[in-house]
Design a protein around this ligand. Sequence first.
Ligand SMILES: *Cc1c(COP(=O)(O)O)cnc(C)c1O
Length: 218
Amino acid sequence: MDIQHNLLQIKSQLPKHVTLVAVSKTKPASDIMEAYNSGQRIFGENKIQEMAEKYEQLPKDIEWHMIGHVQRNKVKYMAHFVSLIHGVDNLKLLREIDKQAQKHNRTIKCLLQIKIAEEDSKFGMSPEDAASLLHDEAFHSLKHIAIVGVMGMATFTENETQIKTEFSNLKTTFEQLNAIHPMDIISMGMSGDYPLAIECGSTMVRVGSSIFGERNYL
Ligand SMILES: *Cc1c(COP(=O)(O)O)cnc(C)c1O
Protein backbone atom coordinates (compact mmCIF):
# COMPACT_ATOMS: atom_id res chain seq x y z
CA MET A 1 0.00 0.00 0.00
CA ASP A 2 1.60 3.24 -1.18
CA ILE A 3 0.07 5.99 0.94
CA GLN A 4 1.87 8.85 -0.76
CA HIS A 5 0.86 7.63 -4.19
CA ASN A 6 -2.81 7.25 -3.17
CA LEU A 7 -2.84 10.66 -1.57
CA LEU A 8 -1.41 12.44 -4.61
CA GLN A 9 -3.80 10.55 -6.86
CA ILE A 10 -6.84 11.68 -4.83
CA LYS A 11 -5.61 15.24 -4.40
CA SER A 12 -5.13 15.61 -8.14
CA GLN A 13 -8.85 14.85 -8.58
CA LEU A 14 -10.14 17.32 -5.99
CA PRO A 15 -11.34 20.78 -7.02
CA LYS A 16 -9.55 23.60 -5.17
CA HIS A 17 -12.53 24.42 -2.96
CA VAL A 18 -12.70 20.88 -1.54
CA THR A 19 -10.71 20.08 1.62
CA LEU A 20 -9.37 16.57 2.11
CA VAL A 21 -9.61 15.00 5.56
CA ALA A 22 -7.36 11.92 5.62
CA VAL A 23 -9.21 9.44 7.85
CA SER A 24 -6.50 7.64 9.81
CA LYS A 25 -8.62 5.78 12.37
CA THR A 26 -7.14 2.40 13.39
CA LYS A 27 -3.93 3.22 11.44
CA PRO A 28 -0.52 3.55 13.14
CA ALA A 29 1.39 6.80 13.58
CA SER A 30 3.88 5.63 10.95
CA ASP A 31 1.12 5.66 8.31
CA ILE A 32 0.09 9.15 9.34
CA MET A 33 3.71 10.30 9.08
CA GLU A 34 3.89 8.94 5.56
CA ALA A 35 0.92 11.09 4.59
CA TYR A 36 2.30 14.02 6.58
CA ASN A 37 5.59 13.82 4.70
CA SER A 38 3.78 14.25 1.42
CA GLY A 39 2.13 17.40 2.72
CA GLN A 40 -1.13 16.24 4.30
CA ARG A 41 -1.95 18.14 7.52
CA ILE A 42 -5.62 17.34 8.19
CA PHE A 43 -6.44 13.97 9.72
CA GLY A 44 -9.74 12.50 10.89
CA GLU A 45 -10.29 10.06 13.74
CA ASN A 46 -13.51 8.58 15.13
CA LYS A 47 -12.41 7.72 18.68
CA ILE A 48 -11.40 10.50 21.05
CA GLN A 49 -8.85 8.49 23.03
CA GLU A 50 -7.12 7.23 19.92
CA MET A 51 -7.00 10.74 18.49
CA ALA A 52 -5.58 12.16 21.75
CA GLU A 53 -2.82 9.54 21.81
CA LYS A 54 -1.90 10.31 18.21
CA TYR A 55 -1.96 14.04 18.94
CA GLU A 56 0.62 13.50 21.69
CA GLN A 57 2.94 11.47 19.44
CA LEU A 58 2.76 13.42 16.20
CA PRO A 59 3.78 16.87 14.87
CA LYS A 60 1.81 19.70 16.41
CA ASP A 61 0.90 21.38 13.14
CA ILE A 62 -1.53 18.55 12.34
CA GLU A 63 -5.19 19.58 12.38
CA TRP A 64 -7.21 16.87 14.09
CA HIS A 65 -10.84 16.37 13.09
CA MET A 66 -13.21 14.30 15.24
CA ILE A 67 -15.46 12.62 12.69
CA GLY A 68 -17.12 10.00 14.91
CA HIS A 69 -19.98 10.07 17.37
CA VAL A 70 -19.02 12.17 20.40
CA GLN A 71 -19.85 11.16 23.97
CA ARG A 72 -20.25 14.20 26.20
CA ASN A 73 -18.05 12.86 28.99
CA LYS A 74 -15.09 12.52 26.60
CA VAL A 75 -15.08 16.03 25.16
CA LYS A 76 -12.57 17.08 27.82
CA TYR A 77 -9.92 14.77 26.36
CA MET A 78 -9.80 16.64 23.05
CA ALA A 79 -10.84 20.20 23.96
CA HIS A 80 -7.26 21.48 24.09
CA PHE A 81 -6.35 20.49 20.54
CA VAL A 82 -9.25 19.36 18.33
CA SER A 83 -9.61 21.57 15.28
CA LEU A 84 -13.07 20.56 13.99
CA ILE A 85 -15.79 18.33 15.46
CA HIS A 86 -17.96 16.93 12.66
CA GLY A 87 -20.58 14.99 14.61
CA VAL A 88 -22.47 17.50 16.75
CA ASP A 89 -26.13 16.57 16.91
CA ASN A 90 -27.61 18.16 20.03
CA LEU A 91 -27.50 21.26 22.20
CA LYS A 92 -26.40 19.43 25.33
CA LEU A 93 -23.25 18.24 23.56
CA LEU A 94 -22.65 21.72 22.19
CA ARG A 95 -22.90 23.13 25.72
CA GLU A 96 -20.27 20.68 26.96
CA ILE A 97 -17.94 21.52 24.04
CA ASP A 98 -18.39 25.21 24.85
CA LYS A 99 -17.63 24.63 28.52
CA GLN A 100 -14.47 22.62 27.83
CA ALA A 101 -13.29 25.05 25.14
CA GLN A 102 -13.66 27.92 27.57
CA LYS A 103 -11.31 26.19 30.02
CA HIS A 104 -8.62 26.31 27.36
CA ASN A 105 -9.52 29.77 26.18
CA ARG A 106 -10.39 28.45 22.73
CA THR A 107 -13.27 28.54 20.30
CA ILE A 108 -13.94 25.08 18.88
CA LYS A 109 -15.36 24.80 15.38
CA CYS A 110 -18.22 22.33 14.96
CA LEU A 111 -20.39 20.90 12.21
CA LEU A 112 -23.99 19.92 12.76
CA GLN A 113 -24.47 16.31 11.77
CA ILE A 114 -27.65 15.96 9.74
CA LYS A 115 -29.33 12.60 9.32
CA ILE A 116 -29.61 12.06 5.58
CA ALA A 117 -29.47 8.26 5.38
CA GLU A 118 -32.49 6.00 5.45
CA GLU A 119 -30.79 3.60 7.85
CA ASP A 120 -31.61 3.95 11.54
CA SER A 121 -28.03 3.36 12.62
CA LYS A 122 -26.71 6.75 11.52
CA PHE A 123 -26.61 9.59 14.02
CA GLY A 124 -27.72 13.09 13.23
CA MET A 125 -30.40 15.74 13.58
CA SER A 126 -33.33 16.42 11.30
CA PRO A 127 -33.05 19.63 9.25
CA GLU A 128 -35.89 21.05 11.36
CA ASP A 129 -34.11 20.37 14.65
CA ALA A 130 -30.92 21.90 13.29
CA ALA A 131 -32.82 25.03 12.27
CA SER A 132 -34.44 25.37 15.70
CA LEU A 133 -31.08 24.93 17.38
CA LEU A 134 -29.68 27.82 15.35
CA HIS A 135 -32.66 29.96 16.37
CA ASP A 136 -32.35 28.99 20.04
CA GLU A 137 -31.15 31.67 22.45
CA ALA A 138 -29.28 29.03 24.41
CA PHE A 139 -27.17 28.44 21.32
CA HIS A 140 -26.43 32.15 20.92
CA SER A 141 -25.17 32.36 24.49
CA LEU A 142 -22.36 29.88 23.74
CA LYS A 143 -19.25 31.93 23.02
CA HIS A 144 -16.62 29.20 22.73
CA ILE A 145 -18.07 27.18 19.88
CA ALA A 146 -18.59 28.13 16.25
CA ILE A 147 -20.96 26.28 13.95
CA VAL A 148 -19.21 26.42 10.60
CA GLY A 149 -21.15 23.88 8.55
CA VAL A 150 -22.93 20.56 8.24
CA MET A 151 -21.89 16.93 7.96
CA GLY A 152 -23.74 13.90 6.69
CA MET A 153 -23.28 10.25 5.78
CA ALA A 154 -25.18 8.60 2.97
CA THR A 155 -26.77 5.17 3.22
CA PHE A 156 -24.35 2.28 2.67
CA THR A 157 -25.71 1.11 -0.66
CA GLU A 158 -24.73 0.49 -4.28
CA ASN A 159 -27.69 2.59 -5.37
CA GLU A 160 -26.11 5.77 -6.75
CA THR A 161 -29.45 7.47 -7.28
CA GLN A 162 -30.26 7.11 -3.61
CA ILE A 163 -26.85 8.38 -2.51
CA LYS A 164 -27.19 11.34 -4.85
CA THR A 165 -30.61 12.18 -3.42
CA GLU A 166 -29.26 12.04 0.13
CA PHE A 167 -26.27 14.25 -0.68
CA SER A 168 -28.52 16.72 -2.49
CA ASN A 169 -30.76 16.84 0.57
CA LEU A 170 -27.77 17.77 2.70
CA LYS A 171 -26.85 20.54 0.26
CA THR A 172 -30.42 21.87 0.49
CA THR A 173 -30.32 21.72 4.28
CA PHE A 174 -27.02 23.58 4.21
CA GLU A 175 -28.59 26.38 2.13
CA GLN A 176 -31.50 26.66 4.57
CA LEU A 177 -29.28 26.73 7.67
CA ASN A 178 -26.84 29.12 6.02
CA ALA A 179 -29.69 31.61 5.70
CA ILE A 180 -30.19 31.44 9.49
CA HIS A 181 -26.55 31.34 10.53
CA PRO A 182 -23.75 31.86 7.97
CA MET A 183 -21.59 28.76 7.47
CA ASP A 184 -19.36 27.43 4.73
CA ILE A 185 -18.55 23.73 5.15
CA ILE A 186 -20.45 20.75 3.73
CA SER A 187 -18.64 17.63 4.96
CA MET A 188 -19.85 14.74 2.83
CA GLY A 189 -18.21 11.97 0.85
CA MET A 190 -15.98 9.01 1.81
CA SER A 191 -13.78 6.63 -0.22
CA GLY A 192 -16.71 5.01 -2.00
CA ASP A 193 -18.72 8.09 -2.83
CA TYR A 194 -16.64 11.27 -2.69
CA PRO A 195 -16.73 12.07 -6.44
CA LEU A 196 -20.52 11.95 -6.26
CA ALA A 197 -20.50 14.06 -3.07
CA ILE A 198 -18.39 16.73 -4.79
CA GLU A 199 -20.83 16.76 -7.71
CA CYS A 200 -23.57 17.42 -5.16
CA GLY A 201 -21.77 20.33 -3.50
CA SER A 202 -19.40 18.85 -0.92
CA THR A 203 -16.62 21.17 0.28
CA MET A 204 -14.92 18.64 2.57
CA VAL A 205 -14.41 14.93 1.94
CA ARG A 206 -13.41 12.35 4.56
CA VAL A 207 -11.34 9.67 2.86
CA GLY A 208 -9.77 6.74 4.71
CA SER A 209 -9.38 3.38 2.98
CA SER A 210 -8.55 4.85 -0.44
CA ILE A 211 -5.50 6.47 1.17
CA PHE A 212 -4.42 4.07 3.91
CA GLY A 213 -5.88 0.78 2.64
CA GLU A 214 -8.61 -1.36 4.14
CA ARG A 215 -9.04 -1.36 7.91
CA ASN A 216 -8.95 -4.65 9.80
CA TYR A 217 -11.47 -3.51 12.36
CA LEU A 218 -13.76 -0.54 12.95
C1 LIG B 1 -14.37 5.81 8.64
C2 LIG B 1 -15.09 7.04 8.24
C3 LIG B 1 -14.82 7.67 7.01
C4 LIG B 1 -13.85 7.13 5.98
O1 LIG B 1 -14.32 5.96 5.42
P1 LIG B 1 -13.59 5.29 4.14
O2 LIG B 1 -14.68 4.52 3.49
O3 LIG B 1 -12.49 4.44 4.67
O4 LIG B 1 -13.09 6.40 3.28
C5 LIG B 1 -15.50 8.84 6.73
N1 LIG B 1 -16.39 9.38 7.61
C6 LIG B 1 -16.67 8.81 8.78
C7 LIG B 1 -17.65 9.45 9.69
C8 LIG B 1 -16.03 7.62 9.14
O5 LIG B 1 -16.32 7.06 10.33
